[in-house]
Design a protein around this ligand. Structure first.
Ligand code: NDP
Length: 342
């Protein structure tokens, strides 16, 4: 299948590109600069040489019409995977830095496809658990999160802090996509992938660990000894391996049954304390890890029973996912950080 993948330089997108190429799909991926394209090309030279991989430069997805050129290709695209969206909390202006690229990026690519790429049959969008969770409910014991849940966040609450801004950006972007489908009745179907915290090996050409992607940051900090005296609160206690998220994106357009569904793709619970324990057990060279006595980073009172439940049933049944375990994920992640100087 001829596929357009946005944000190819990202943590999740790099794995998605890897799966796409290995499944034999022909891919054009968008990146912000030629330099980023060149790096990916070098890593996948054999695919690029035989014409299975090419690039389109889209410097800023928040600009109206940003994807107008990128959606046009020969042979024409049949599937579009839209992963590009800011995921960081280093923001000065929630609207400009988070909401606009997420929302305009999403509606923009859908408009461009409808206008200029009628051959596209499926669009897969990387949404998030951020668009599912209701943060005001806290650990919400007794509740089971599924694809039926929506974050009720308002535009006003989005402005409160960068975390709310990020969650709102994902919620409003996903809502806008489903609304587009309903109102514009385009030729394509939609599927969204809604992962919680994504951990795992990095394969996206990172120059320095200072630029580690947001969700992997705590693993780097733990190994660097930053949690020696106190482990920070875990926040969301749900996780998934990046390789499973990548498989989910590809299965979501390969399998017709996935059309017009959200997929809550997750493995299960974790705590920051468990992450530290796994690193300590497998990498004895890192000396400044917390011990079992170090405060913080644990489950709330009552352990996992004190937290909401979840169902990943749809992703297993429809996408055929087989989720990897936490230890394998953390070990492979840390090994990949070692190649960038950990
Ligand atoms: P990364 O930061 O590694 O990837 C984000 C990608 O989006 C990068 O390729 C980045 O390009 C691109 N991007 C961001 N803003 C713009 C913009 N204004 N114009 C063009 N490109 C832009 O993070 P992830 O791989 O983790 O995130 C990928 C997707 O997954 C996002 O949609 C995120 O919300 C979602 N997600 C991630 C989770 C996680 O735990 N990692 C959990 C749930 C959802 P560049 O690097 O060049 O700036």
């Amino acid at each position: 299948t001829r596929v357009l993948l946005t944000g190819g330089s990202g943590f999740i997108a790099a794995h998605t590109l890897d799966v796409l190429l290995k499944h034999g799909h022909s891919v054009i991926t968008t990146v912000r600069t030629q330099q980023k394209a060149d790096k990916i090309k070098a890593a996948y030279k054999s695919y690029a040489d035989k014409g299975q991989l090419d690039f389109a430069i889209v410097p800023d997805i928040a600009q109206e019409g940003a994807f107008d050129q990128a959606v046009i290709s020969d042979p024409p695209f049949e599937a579009v995977l839209h992963t590009a969206s800011p995921f960081h909390f280093n923001v000065t202006d929630v609207k400009k830095d988070l909401l606009d690229p997420a929302i305009i990026g999403t509606t923009g690519i859908l408009k461009s496809i409808k206008k200029s790429a009628p051959s596209v049959k499926t669009v897969v969008i990387t949404s998030s658990f951020a668009a599912i969770v209701n943060p005001s409910k806290g650990f919400w014991p007794g509740h089971e999160y599924t694809e039926e849940d929506w974050n009720p966040i308002t535009m006003e609450e989005a402005q409160e802090n960068p975390m709310s801004g990020y969650r709102a950006s994902k919620t409003f972007a996903e809502k806008a996509a489903w609304e587009f489908l309903e109102k514009q009745k385009p030729n394509f179907s939609l599927a969204t992938i809604n992962p919680p915290m994504v951990f795992g090996p990095i394969i996206h050409n990172l120059d320095t660990l200072e630029n580690i992607n947001t969700s992997n940051q705590r693993l780097v900090f733990a190994a660097q000894g930053k949690f020696k005296d106190e482990i920070p609160p875990t926040g969301v206690h749900l996780w998934v391996d990046v390789r499973d998220v990548a498989e989910a994106h590809v299965a979501a357009f390969e399998k017709p049954e996935a059309a017009n569904k959200r997929f809550f793709t997750l493995t299960g619970f974790f705590s920051n304390k468990e992450l530290c324990q796994i690193i300590g057990k497998n990498f004895p060279q890192y000396k400044d890890l917390p011990t079992d006595e170090t405060p913080g980073g644990d489950y709330p009172e009552g352990g996992k029973e004190g937290i909401y439940k979840f169902s990943n049933k749809r992703s297993v049944d429809v996408l055929g996912l087989k989720y990897r375990g936490l230890e394998e994920c953390v070990v492979d992640a840390v090994k990949s950080f070692q190649e960038v100087g950990l």
